[in-house]
Design a protein around this ligand. Structure first.
Ligand SMILES: Nc1ncnc2c1ncn2[C@@H]1O[C@H](COP(=O)(O)OP(=O)(O)OP(=O)(O)O)[C@@H](O)[C@H]1O
Length: 297
């Protein structure tokens, strides 16, 4: 597989403290990659090393298959330091982007960037008058200067109102077309809506990474909605664990029986089966399970 980022045994120590500990991170090319972890887990330190802003104590970083070389901009664009990072407040949005492009020696159509992030209407407005959401968008426009194939967004949803969050979610999906995106966030529900892959850091260690679709904290479960006198008894006989019984709703851990067999037995017993759906673990459930295991393991 092609990776936008591949780290090998990436480690960063600050004195005796290990902020990032032996991390093998694999960010697939084209992914929307949710980078998750509690405060102090090591996300920012990892990102800083990937951006070439901090030198690893040991380990390697490869970007698009090549060893990380400093000054090889613009492979990565980044929006760090919320909300949207520092700008020249007395300059317009357009001029802020021009200053950055010029300093990087890049000829850039900054108006097109402002349009991408939905700020065309405010191109001539001084950044001093920008709302948090507008600053976030401008921060993203700045990260897009030079069309980097990889963009890292640090807490892009911080400080946004519900409408702003919805717009940012849409913008993230637009940005992901033809790019790899890494999003650091504590908002698990939001990451679940946009990410294709996730990685989870805990106390400097990578405790999980993989496609979002693969989340599981144990054997598969099935949600069943069925009416009939025999239902509870039949399900108990087929499963070691029935987690939740609420009226006609049951959640059971699938043992040796597959959903089709369970359905057949229920129907044969005369039960009215209205729904049979594989239970999907939420990212929040998964997160707490993994972090809990990491702490106790
Ligand atoms: N320059 C530094 N000097 C000393 N310790 C540091 C430095 N930078 C980070 N650390 C420590 O390294 C650990 C990881 O910090 P880091 O900022 O990478 O976490 P994080 O996952 O980004 O957290 P948050 O979600 O709060 O941003 C923390 O314990 C932090 O105190």
């Amino acid at each position: 597989m092609d990776y936008a980022i591949e780290t090998t045994a990436l480690t960063k120590r600050f004195g005796k403290q290990i902020a990032v500990n032996d991390v093998d991170l694999k960010v697939p090319n084209g992914a929307i990659f949710g980078f998750l972890g509690s405060n102090g887990a090591g996300k920012s330190t990892s990102v800083r090393m990937i951006l070439g802003l901090s030198r690893p104590t040991s380990g390697q970083i490869r970007l698009f298959g090549e060893k990380l070389q400093h000054k090889k901009r613009p492979l990565i664009g980044a929006m760090a330091d919320s909300p949207g990072g520092a700008f020249y407040d007395h300059l317009s949005a357009r001029d802020n982007l021009r200053v950055v492009a010029t300093s990087l020696g890049i000829t850039e159509n900054v108006d097109a960037l402002l349009e991408t992030v939905g700020l065309s209407h405010a191109a001539s407005k001084k950044v001093r008058a920008f709302s948090t959401g507008m600053r976030q968008r401008l921060g993203i426009a700045r990260a897009l200067i030079g069309s980097p194939p990889l963009v890292i967004l640090d807490e892009p949803l911080n400080g946004l109102d519900p409408e702003g969050i919805r717009e940012m979610r849409q913008l993230i999906r637009t940005l992901a077309e033809g790019r790899t995106l890494i999003i650091c966030s504590h908002l698990l529900g939001e990451i679940e809506l946009v990410a294709s892959h996730i990685a989870l850091l805990s106390e400097g260690r990578l405790v999980h990474q993989g496609p979002l679709a693969d989340l599981a904290t144990g054997p598969p479960k099935l949600d069943i909605e069925a009416r009939g006198d025999q239902v509870a008894a039949l399900l108990k006989a087929m499963s070691t664990e029935i987690e939740q019984i609420e009226g006609d709703r049951y959640r059971l851990t699938l043992g040796n029986h597959d959903p089709a067999a369970i359905n057949r037995k229920l129907v044969e017993s005369g039960a009215e089966v209205s729904a049979l759906t594989p239970y999907r673990f939420s990212l929040e459930e998964f997160y707490h399970h993994q972090i809990g295991s990491a702490h106790h393991g």
